[in-house]
Design a protein around this ligand. Structure first.
Ligand code: ATP
Ligand code: MG
Length: 361
């Protein structure tokens, strides 16, 4: 499935015209403040139920309105829509039928984004890396979503026991559950990362060939993998009670990328870091595409930032081998140059003051 038609109502500065997207490749060009990121944000919102740049719903609703709607029609005529109002209430519709769960939307659409900020966040701390891997797992490993929900509930209950120091007899129960679920999640993540490693090598060979053989991946499951989590928690019970939260477990997971035992952000230039993150995102998209019947959607905001001509050429070669629906934004056509195929098999849009017009090339 790819998105054939997108319509937004009262979203940021965007006009509510229907937009017909190409099933493989789309370009957006427009000046600063025209609405390019907002358009990508609307698709991201549909896939994730949140924005990649704000947690304030009021920022997303167009000035002077009190709700927004984002809806898409796919090439197989599936219709997905989300409406959100200024009170934070959401309505989700799938083929006209109301649904209460955001995850129902995400079953139908897999959206990934790379922005000029995302590699700074990605290399800045474990939170973004966790989010990245878990997004892939959500789409690729069916049991993950349920295990993760159970884990989060248990994690909260266990932390409440540790914080309040009441119901210490319950702590034993929650520790047992917490350990069991953490071990399950670690197993799923571990097997997913093994697949990601293989796939990443393929995309690095195309996009960053000098690095493909020297980058190694370190998987940190959240506790010393030589021991059972339950044993570690028993050994650290008093320390955890003192702190009032869980010090070990699946919530502490991280994935690190190394060259000669140093984190790659200390070894690669900013442009190379961006290429690395693109290769990783392509690898993840490929895994999603292999498992799900839907075609992943890849949003790349402001491609010109940080990437020179030959890096964009490398990205073009990679993108041609990927079965994704891609939308790439840039300030002008020059920044897109090496990415535009000669065969005219793409859509190009011009964004001006929130109005999006298809350009005849
Ligand atoms: N809630 C809102 N209502 C109306 N307009 C908004 C709202 N939020 C943001 N805007 C405006 O929308 C415009 C589009 O912003 P956006 O970030 O999409 O631009 P852009 O094309 O990505 O620009 P750049 O090239 O600088 O990244 C901005 O001028 C911004 O002031
Ligand atoms: Mg922008």
């Amino acid at each position: 499935m790819s998105v054939k038609e997108l319509q937004v109502v009262n979203f940021r500065n965007l006009a509510s015209d229907k937009l017909s997207l190409h099933s493989d490749l789309n370009f957006l060009i427009g000046d600063n403040g025209s609405g390019k990121s907002s358009l990508l944000e609307s698709l991201f919102y549909l896939g994730h139920g949140k924005s990649f740049r704000t947690s304030r719903v009021e920022s997303l609703i167009q000035n002077d309105f009190d709700f927004f709607i984002i809806s898409v029609k796919s090439d197989d005529n599936t219709q997905l829509g989300i409406q959100r109002n200024s009170l934070g209430e959401s309505k989700i519709k799938i083929n006209g039928v109301l649904s209460s769960k955001l995850s129902d939307l995400a079953k139908n659409i897999a959206v990934q984004i790379v922005t000029p900020e995302s590699f700074k966040l990605f290399f800045g701390g474990p939170k973004e890396r966790r989010k990245f891997v878990d997004l892939g797992l959500f789409h690729v490993e069916h049991s993950f979503s349920n295990e993760w929900k159970l884990f989060q509930r248990t994690y909260k209950q266990r932390n409440a026991c540790l914080r309040t120091k009441q119901g210490l007899e319950l702590l034993d129960y929650w520790t047992e559950e917490f350990s069991r679920l953490s071990e399950n999640i670690a197993r799923l993540r571990n097997s997913y990362i093994e697949q990601l490693k293989v796939e990443l090598k393929i995309w690095l060979k195309i996009m960053l060939p000098s690095c493909s053989d020297v980058i190694s991946i370190q998987y940190l499951q959240g506790w010393n993998s030589k021991k059972e989590l339950k044993t570690i928690l028993d050994e650290n019970r008093y320390r955890e009670l003192e702190k009032g939260y869980s010090l070990y477990g699946a919530q502490k997971f991280d994935i690190r990328f190394l060259i000669d035992n140093a984190s790659i952000e200390h070894r690669l230039s900013r442009g190379q870091q961006k290429l690395f993150l693109l290769a990783l995102t392509f690898a993840q998209s490929k895994l999603i595409e292999q498992v799900k019947r839907i075609k992943p959607i890849l949003l790349i905001d402001d491609i010109g930032a940080e990437l020179d001509h030959s890096s964009r050429q490398a990205m073009f070669r990679a993108n041609q081998q990927l079965n994704c629906q891609t939308i790439i934004s840039a300030i002008d056509r020059v920044a897109l140059e090496p990415l535009i195929p000669d065969d005219n098999n793409y859509n190009m849009f011009h964004v001006k003051h929130g109005q999006i017009k298809a350009m005849i090339e």
